[in-house]
Design a protein around this ligand. Sequence first.
Ligand SMILES: Nc1ncnc2c1ncn2[C@@H]1O[C@H](COP(=O)(O)OP(=O)(O)OP(=O)(O)O)[C@@H](O)[C@H]1O
Length: 253
Amino acid sequence: MNLLQVTNLSKAFGGVQAVQNVSLALQAGELLALIGPNGAGKSTTFNMVGGQLAPDSGQVLLNGQDITGLPPRAVWRRGVGRTFQVAQTFATLTVSENVQMALLSTDRRIFHWWRRATAHRRSDALALLAQVGMDAQADRPCSELAYGDVKRVELAMALAHNPQLLLMDEPTAGMAPGERVALMQLTRQIARQRRMGVLFTEHSMDVVFGQADRVAVLVRGQLLAEGTPQAIRADARVQQAYLGTGLVLEKQK
Ligand SMILES: Nc1ncnc2c1ncn2[C@@H]1O[C@H](COP(=O)(O)OP(=O)(O)OP(=O)(O)O)[C@@H](O)[C@H]1O
C-alpha cells in the first residue's frame, strides 16, 4: 500500500482552476519533489494534502485511510508533519526548548508550556537534535543561530511528532546553495532511517535532481509528468514547460 495516495484532486479559486485532476503516490522512506513554474498549483496541492485547503473533488489517502478535507490539526494527528518556507521557531527559546515545545504539543500538553518546556523530555529533545546534528548547540537561543541551523532545528521539531509523512514547503528557500543540498541530504537520510515519506516543493533544481527519488511536474494545475529525476530531466515536455522561466534543467557540470 502507498503511504500517500492522492487521486484526482481539483481546486478552483473563482474562475481560476488552480489544480485539476492531480494524482500522486508516495511510498514510505521516499522523497517526492513537486515542481513547476510559478502559479502551477504546487502550494494548492500541498495545502490540500496538509488540510489547509479542502479540495473541490478528489481524494487523499494516508496508509489507505481517507483524510480528504480534514482540518490541519487532524491531519497532523494522523501522522503528517510539516515544515514551512520561513522556519517557524521561537527565537527567544533555546534550541532544546524549541524541540521540547514540539514534544509538549505532541503530548497534548500545550497549556502552561512556558513553565514546563524546560523540564519536559529533555533527553528525547537531545536525541532528536542529535539526529539533525544540533545537539552540541542545544542550549543556545535560536536567535543566535545561522539560518541553515534554524532549518535543522525546525526539522527536529517536525520529527518530534514522529510523522509518517513530512510535508516540506520550499524547505531550502533563503539558504545558500551548499546548505540547501546538505539540508535535503540530511532529510533524505532521516527519511530512509525512519521509513518516513517526504513530499516537498522546491525551486532549487540542484536539490530536486540531486536528492528526490521521484519528481512530479505540475503545469497550469495539471500533472505534466512524474518519474525519476533522470526521466524528468530528459522529458521534452518538461523542458518546454520551463522554457523562458530562467530555470535550468540540465545537469550542472
Ligand atoms: N487563495 C487564492 N485565491 C485565488 N487564487 C489563488 C489562491 N491561491 C492560489 N491561487 C491561484 O491558483 C493558481 C495556483 O497557485 P499556487 O500558489 O498553487 O501555485 P504555485 O505553483 O505554488 O506557485 P508559486 O511557485 O509561485 O508559489 C495561481 O493562478 C494562483 O494565482
